[in-house]
Design a protein. Sequence first.
Length: 225
Amino acid sequence: MASLRDAAAAEDAPLVFLHSEDIFRFERTKVSIEPKALKVIKASRHPVLSMVGGNGHNSFGLIDFDPPLDFIHPDFPDRHGQPKARMTPMVQVSKAIARKAPKWLRAFEALCTALPDRVIQLGSPPPIGDDDWLAHRLKGKMRQAGVKSYSVMPAGMRYKMWRLDDAMYREIGGRHGASYLAAPEAGADADGYLKTEYWRDPTHANTDYGRLWLDTLRQADVPPL
């Protein structure tokens, strides 16, 4: 969200951003919409652009497992993990990713339920394809966590998990009339990974990527842009 927010601020785009803490009331097993936030949203006739969630795949599998795992995605059969990895059913991997982000899945469903047919979910950016760059950038955090030895999940695996994560939000939104806009194609390289010029950190894109989103929303005639 930060990349789009910063880009919109730089271009003075007519978008109003609400942080998740201002919108959602998180309880142990339930998420509801704050009444004040809902009143503000309903006062506008414009679509509600959602960037809720989308990072569960990183929480689950940015760092490789020991022993490594892999799964077959029917849409991407040529994307592989480590050689001799433990093959796991795709549905189990999807459930494991969901368990890393339950409050965001509930939050998105609460948003779609409260605002039927008004929500447009913006797809999260594709993963970074450079395993060595990620391993280097993660070194400090891993050291702070007391982890001396680690390996980054292979790019092919991270790509498949990103697709699984995105699919969860499309499925939830589809049940409530929400629309879905995929991540801008111009932001991906020939292999489908985030282009170098849009990297900010291991799990987020930068402001230039936010500008790509603004262009995508304008081309799609999403009001008020």
